[in-house]
Write a protein that binds this ligand. Structure first.
Ligand SMILES: Cc1ncc(COP(=O)(O)O)c(C=O)c1O
Length: 386
């Protein structure tokens, strides 16, 4: 850990390997302190769908900062209203309410609290291998034992069922269940895509039992999977939707979207001092406009296909499986991923793991096509030859 670094150190230490010091970014390029350029195939952990410092977002932040940096949620704010209307305008009409916060984990905390309060029930059903964040409620829904154990006891009444197992889910969701919480594509857990039948079973189980269905689209949202929201691919609409990461083009933001009907049953209060602040909302407006104007979901679908075509021809003695959707891609290796990441970094490409054997690619959706083609080849070579 560097002097002054936060408790726990970097998110993925990869065995303590020293990481480059990054000082500047543009599009999919990041530069280190010595001026070396890297192509970022991880979009700084899925935040940079629009690239690093996207110019329209930078302009919006600068203009808003000069006008008003902070405003408490007790005051009406035109920039917040515009952001919320823009976001809701991109979602199915059943959604009508948004709670704004500052991170993915907070968007999940809000979903848990809304579901418990609106249903008057205690139980949360989540999936094995799922990742929902690290504050205590979200961590209770997260699966990985090593993330949970040091902080136990966690919040009671959380159950985990195998992902993509409709039978197990139907058994677990009962009349004590407030929320069934799923990622349509599990990210941190290894890039596992939900089956359509599984998501339909999830919707049916929630409807049958009176539980709410929540989708965590913190990582899959805003074009990443080749649709603006991953659930659009299957047409299974949740009652609660958690968004964050690229929603404001790199500014911290979290959003928990729900219906007016769910909100009408909510009792109690939930609040965040910085949630919905003008800077994040101005950035969010610019980011949503950018995603729509540049057709980033379609671009993710098209460029992602190039990678799947190439990776599916990799030697099966090196790659167990290639999974994903759009530009959310996981290569399950037959060995540890850390040396492959180090080899990619030496070639000037930054990628991220998902567990110890999955190489995960979440490139900025704006990545230059030549950089993407070179990145795909670099990954293929690093995987095949080390
Ligand atoms: C699916 C999912 N949910 C929640 C989170 C937590 O987000 P944050 O780190 O912003 O709290 C993440 C972070 O990677 C995530 O991938």
């Amino acid at each position: 850990m560097n002097a002054g670094e936060t408790v726990g150190g970097p998110e993925f230490g990869e065995g303590g390997r020293p990481r480059p010091t990054i000082v500047r970014g543009e599009g999919a390029s990041l530069w280190d302190a010595e001026g070396r350029r890297y192509v970022d195939l991880g979009a700084t952990h899925g935040v940079g769908n629009l690239g690093a410092s996207p110019p329209p977002v930078v302009r919006a932040i600068q203009e808003q900062a000069a006008r008003l940096i902070h405003l408490g949620s007790g005051y009406a704010s035109p920039v917040r209203t515009e952001f919320l209307q823009k976001l809701l305008g991109l979602l199915p009409p059943s959604f009508g309410r948004v709670f704004l916060s500052n991170s993915g984990t907070e968007s999940i905390e809000a979903a848990i609290k809304i579901a418990r309060s609106a249903t008057g029930r205690p139980k949360i059903v989540a999936a094995m291998r799922g990742f929902h964040g690290r504050t205590l409620g979200a961590l209770s829904a997260t699966w990985r034992r090593e993330l949970r154990e040091p902080f136990e006891p966690l919040v009671p009444e959380f159950a985990h069922v195998p992902f993509n197992d409709a039978g197990a889910l139907e058994k677990a969701v009962d009349d004590r269940t407030a929320l069934l919480l799923l990622e349509p594509v599990q990210g941190e857990g290894g890039v596992h895509v939900a089956d359509e039948a599984y998501l339909r079973a999830a919707r049916a189980a929630a409807d049958r039992s009176g539980a709410l269905l929540g989708f965590d689209e913190v990582q899959t949202g805003l074009g990443r999977t080749g649709r603006l929201f991953a659930f659009e691919r299957w047409g299974v609409v949740p009652d609660l939707l958690a968004l964050s990461k690229s929603l404001a083009g790199g500014m911290p933001v979290g959003a928990t979207v729900t219906t007016a009907e769910v909100e009408s049953r909510f009792r109690g209060s939930h609040h965040s001092t910085f949630g919905g602040n003008p800077l994040a909302c101005a950035a969010g407006i610019a980011a949503l406009d950018f995603v729509v104007r540049e057709h980033l979901p379609e671009r993710a679908e098209r460029l992602g296909r190039l990678a799947f075509d190439r990776f599916r021809s990799l030697p099966p003695e090196r790659v167990r499986e290639v999974r994903g959707l759009g530009m959310m891609i996981g290569l399950e290796l037959r060995e540890k991923v850390a040396p492959v990441l180090a080899s990619l970094e030496a070639r000037g490409f930054l990628a991220i793991p998902a567990g110890s054997t999955v190489l995960r690619l979440l490139p900025p959706l704006v990545i230059d096509e030549a950089d993407w083609a070179r990145g795909i080849e670099a990954v293929a070579e690093a995987v095949a030859h080390g």
